[in-house]
Design a protein around this ligand. Structure first.
Ligand SMILES: [Zn+2]
Length: 545
């Protein structure tokens, strides 16, 4: 008994010392730096998630207030405006609302498919109306062309004017032998990739077969997310290089089409078979779409701390400032989607990191750029705009360090890298955490393709090594079960709901740990002359060259 209380006293003194001297304390993980960061982060979240910012939706008064706050904070820190004298980068967007008629199938199979129930369809093409007329249907397996895996579902296939039916996820998911990355989804498994590849192949239409397990979400999510209005970046060619029609088809409707062409049983197993060749379904699709178009501009906010020796080389911090604005009220009648964790926490963290950089005695040798991007919730659009219209050259962008939705249950002794194994930044994180006795883990749900679902992905796509870091679930104070419980509670009860809001009870010390790791990582990179690269086997390695 005595011994125990003695131990507690020593720990308390050590913690106290850590607080004063700024030394790490292995028992609690707290440092003086973290304590300052935790307070800064909390204060920024309180502002950004306040009801007066109206849920931070692009094109609303909430946007004006949000971007004004972030720019003012950058200015307070004496950071230079990051975009040729301005703290803002305009992001031109187009909102397309597509209304689909029935999908008429004729030929070997004959059916009238209903929008919403049997299929969903939209278009990126900025035109008032468009249609598919008797477009031949082809089953193109997973719709994947992946030379590094020796895989090509479009081999010797001419899909001009045709509509391809493709499977969700990649061949590796739940396969008997290891294909691709096994159950961990590669980019070839994402629906965005399927649309992009079908367009590259010149198909007129693309329909992804929905299956709940490999998609990681039910048909309900397809109905909610792929109907109604969608935002896209404005494009010079008005997206005429994309398929006319992009969409999803229910598993039942797809089964009927395939079985009429002789494909029965497990369609995934069929498409995984060696020597698989795309199959003409001997049926055609006809569909008309009516579009409503609306053009508007949102904004990224950007600031720079110039490097002393290699100012043209940059370390790029990102966090999305946007959320869902005002929407459907919850059971308590709250209709403001404040997004305290998603992603006021990330913006707060990069503001706190920026402050630490400005307080450094020695200025970084490479430039540090802080970019708060818009419209992540609408499909990672602000980051896509920056990655395709970079202010600082991408080939001299050393790394992208992204922060999205940090948890508020306090300090942890493990950290999670989304898509761990992609690039050398993992090793930097491990080198920083190891001395403290902290572990680094990968995604907690590798099948859901998290690496492709936040802003860092747009930088990976253009070859910039990108890192997305979170606290893991091992709560230092209350153990792993508690952390897991908290993560689950957030996902089920608060994620993308009005209750993701600020409270004084939020424990931001874990957020401060992640912010501090990201800060130290940036410091290290800013003083190096080398460029981290992609690991062998990463699908982004080829894109970097
Ligand atoms: Zn979100």
């Amino acid at each position: 008994m005595k011994k125990t209380s003695g131990f507690i006293a020593i720990t308390a003194i050590a913690a106290l010392f850590a607080g004063c001297a700024g030394n790490d304390n292995k028992t609690t993980g707290t440092t003086a730096a973290d304590t300052g960061l935790a307070a800064d982060i909390k204060q920024h979240i309180a502002v950004l998630a306040n009801d007066s910012l109206l849920g931070r939706k692009p094109f609303t008064k909430g946007e004006d207030k949000t971007i004004a706050y972030i720019a003012a904070e950058f200015k307070k820190l004496d950071l230079e405006p990051g975009n040729n004298g301005s703290y803002f980068q305009e992001v031109p967007l187009v909102e397309i609302t597509s209304a689909a008629q029935d999908l008429q199938i004729k030929g070997a199979s004959s059916a009238v498919l209903k929008p919403g129930t049997d299929f969903v369809a939209s278009t990126r093409r900025e035109v008032d109306t468009l249609s598919l007329k008797n477009s031949p249907l082809v089953f193109a397996g997973f719709g994947v062309v992946a030379p590094e895996y020796g895989w090509n579902d479009y081999k010797n296939l001419d899909v001009k004017g045709k509509t391809v039916i493709v499977l969700v996820n990649d061949p590796g998911f739940k396969a008997e032998k290891k294909l691709f990355k096994g159950d961990t989804m590669s980019y070839y498994g994402r629906w965005t990739y399927k649309y992009e590849e079908a367009a590259r192949q010149g198909a007129a239409g693309v329909l992804i077969v929905h299956q709940t397990e490999p998609a990681s979400y039910g048909w309900q999510v397809i109905q909610n997310s792929f109907t109604g209005s969608k935002l896209y970046l404005q494009q010079a060619d008005k997206h005429m290089n994309r398929c006319k029609v992009e969409g999803w088809i229910s598993e039942d409707a797809a089964k009927k089409l395939l079985s009429a062409a002789g494909i029965t049983g497990d369609m995934r197993a069929y498409a995984r078979k060696e020597g698989f060749k795309a199959v003409a379904l001997n049926s055609t699709a006809s569909l008309a779409l009516q579009n409503k178009l609306k053009y508007s501009k949102s904004h990224n906010v950007i600031a720079t701390l110039k490097g002393t020796e290699r100012p043209d080389e940059t370390i790029l911090y990102t966090a999305h400032w946007d959320h869902f604005g005002i929407g459907k009220p919850d059971a308590k009648g709250d209709s403001i989607y404040n997004g305290a964790i998603d992603n006021a926490s990330g913006v707060a963290a990069i503001l706190a990191v920026a402050k630490k950089f400005t307080q450094q005695k020695e200025k970084p040798k490479r430039s540090i750029v802080f970019l708060a991007v818009t419209a992540e919730e609408q499909g990672l659009l602000g980051s896509e705009y920056y990655a395709t219209h970079p202010v600082y050259p991408l080939n001299k962008t050393v790394a992208n360090l992204n922060i999205d939705a940090l948890s508020d249950f306090g300090e942890t002794s493990n950290f999670s890298i989304t898509g761990k194994g992609q690039n050398d930044l993992d090793d930097y994180v491990i080198a920083l955490t190891k001395p403290k006795g902290w572990d680094v883990v990968g995604d907690e749900t590798p099948g859901s393709g998290s690496y492709y679902r936040s802003d860092h992905f747009n930088f990976a796509k253009v070859g910039v090594p990108a890192l997305d870091l979170h606290n893991g679930s091992k709560s230092i104070q209350r153990g792993e079960e508690f952390g897991k419980e908290k993560a689950k509670e957030y996902n089920e009860q608060h994620y993308h709901q009005p209750s993701d809001e600020y409270s004084d009870a939020m424990d931001t010390k874990g957020m401060a740990q992640t912010a501090n790791l990201m800060y130290q990582l940036g410091v290290k990179l800013s003083n190096e002359t080398t460029f981290p690269g992609w690991k062998k086997g990463s699908e982004f390695k080829a894109m970097a060259n």
